[in-house]
Design a protein around this ligand. Structure first.
Ligand code: SF4
Ligand code: FE
Length: 482
């Protein structure tokens, strides 16, 4: 089947008829909901880009799995250049939407599950890899969005899954029936869940012997019976519901996070890709996390491009673009942003083939990438706040700009560089506000800290992957120490 357009994608999403709780109410018509619509448009962009002559080459690739041209967002990386192209595509999308475009999680999950199932089958004689190949060839041909679902609620962090007061605090196999399993639990922080067709469930951490029930990887459709959704709140999100789009900051696109509950959901055996093989749960988590840590070296950089551009515009609108300290700060913002990109590219270029044949990022460099992402966007946001000025926190509303009683005062006292209108200056301020303190900061800052694991998780991986023995041997060699 041909690659979908954004419009065809949205129609396919609507045909699933899913509903969610949003702001305390059940919502059946997600398409028309003001909080959801911007996030749908962001995912739709990943489809439209594959038809845009200016960038379609980056988004299209022939898949060795199904033998057809597919959207790169469903591709199993066949070489290191594929990993590089993924990061470039993500930067492109981040810059085009100024937000999280949500589709990378399933891509990262698929690449991790592909290699993990292959190795699991080799060790245990399980049938998972062939199943997953069939499943993913279908996803590619149908050009679907898959939500990679990893993060469990985890309850009391000091206790293992079986010691929790409620065993569902880690998603688990609750029951076995003929032809499949019944799962129970929840996944938190599900990026773009309601804009997906399928959910690819993965374990949340390394499981130990005795924790087989929690070592489950499987796929379910988003409209499977027993799956429930509760929409995540974002700062200033209700501005998306206002008729005037000026105050929302990003007038077209936005991200989406959802809590997902699995209440006794039946999964047929052909959609189960790990079931009790605890020795591969950690492998799967590590690989998925590393792909997603690479991803941030693309998407956050693209959003950073937007924030840096808005900040430079703000400086010009304020008439300070030539001031030495402003130029220095803009240089610093670019330096930080390109450092993240360099990390995303480096872990991709150093990618290696897995036993299954797809390509895995360099684990050490991917973790270095993400650890930088937990810091540098915050510094970029700090510099943007510095240059934007105090109006970022005190600007009157669009309603005041529209009110004849207050509009003349706002137009008079918010005027700065006459080359720009007051309204354009307000638009830029609101965009900077969106990314540094509003709904966009969920994707640009909070997710930079916690998405794909918090900084401590990257530090553990860096310690494991750093090759300290080799470094000590180098020092000893140089000093002739035996
Ligand atoms: Fe993709 Fe970035 Fe959103 Fe993750 S945070 S889904 S990598 S855009
Ligand atoms: Fe993420």
């Amino acid at each position: 089947m041909a690659l979908k357009t954004g419009e065809q994608y949205l129609a396919s999403l609507d045909s699933l008829n899913i509903s969610s709780h949003i702001l305390g109410r059940p919502v059946d018509q997600l398409a028309g909901h003001g909080l959801v619509a911007p996030s749908r448009r962001a995912v739709a962009y990943t489809y439209d880009a594959a038809h845009d002559p200016a960038c379609r080459e980056l988004f299209r690739v022939v898949s060795p799995l199904c033998g057809q041209e597919v959207n790169r967002f469903t591709h199993l990386h066949a070489c290191a250049q594929d990993l590089v192209n993924k990061v470039k595509m993500q930067r492109h999308c981040g810059a085009a939407t100024g937000c999280c475009f949500q589709r990378c999680v399933g891509l990262d999950a698929a690449n991790a599950v592909f290699s993990t199932t292959f190795e699991c089958d080799q060790r245990h004689g399980t049938p998972y890899h062939a199943r997953f190949r069939d499943y993913w060839a279908w996803v590619q041909q149908e050009d679907l969005v898959v939500d990679g679902a990893m993060t469990d609620p985890k309850g009391d962090r000091g206790k293992r899954p079986s010691a929790q007061a409620d065993p569902d605090l880690f998603l688990r196999v609750k029951e076995r029936r003929d032809g499949g399993v019944v799962i129970s639990g929840a996944k938190l922080h599900q990026t773009g869940m309601l804009n997906s067709h399928e959910i690819l469930v993965m374990p949340t951490m390394t499981m130990r012997p005795g924790e087989e029930a929690w070592a489950i990887c499987c796929a379910v459709p988003v409209n499977a019976p027993g799956v429930r959704y509760i929409y995540g709140r974002q700062a200033s999100d209700t501005r998306k519901l206002e008729a005037d789009t000026l105050d929302v900051g990003n007038p077209v696109f936005g991200g989406q996070e959802v809590m997902t509950v699995f209440e006794d959901v039946f999964v047929p055996a052909e959609r189960v890709f790990l079931d009790g093989e605890v020795d591969f749960s950690g492998v799967l988590v590590e690989r998925f996390a590393s792909y997603h840590r690479q991803s941030y070296g693309g998407c956050k950089v693209g959003v950073g491009d937007v924030l840096i551009g808005a900040t430079a515009l703000m400086a010009a609108m304020n008439g300070v673009e030539k001031a030495g300290h402003i130029r220095e700060k803009l240089i610093e913002m670019n330096h930080l942003n390109e450092t993240l990109y360099a990390c995303g590219l480096a872990c991709s270029h150093e990618g290696q083939a897995t036993a299954a044949g797809n390509f895995q990022v360099n684990l050490l460099l991917a973790n270095v990438c993400k650890l930088n992402v937990t810091r540098l966007p915050y510094e970029i946001a700090r510099l943007a706040t510095d240059i934007a000025g105090g109006l970022l926190g005190t600007l009157p509303s669009a309603a005041d700009l529209n009110d004849p009683a207050t509009r003349p005062y706002l137009l008079k006292y918010l005027a700065a560089n006459p080359a720009f209108t007051v309204i354009d200056r307000v638009k830029v301020l609101r965009l900077i506000e969106n990314l540094t303190a509003g709904a966009g900061a969920v994707g640009y800052l909070i997710e930079s800290m916690h998405g794909a694991g918090p900084p401590a998780a990257q530090r553990i991986m860096i310690e494991r992957q750093a090759g300290m023995e080799g470094k000590m041997a180098a020092a000893k060699r140089l000093l002739a120490i035996a």
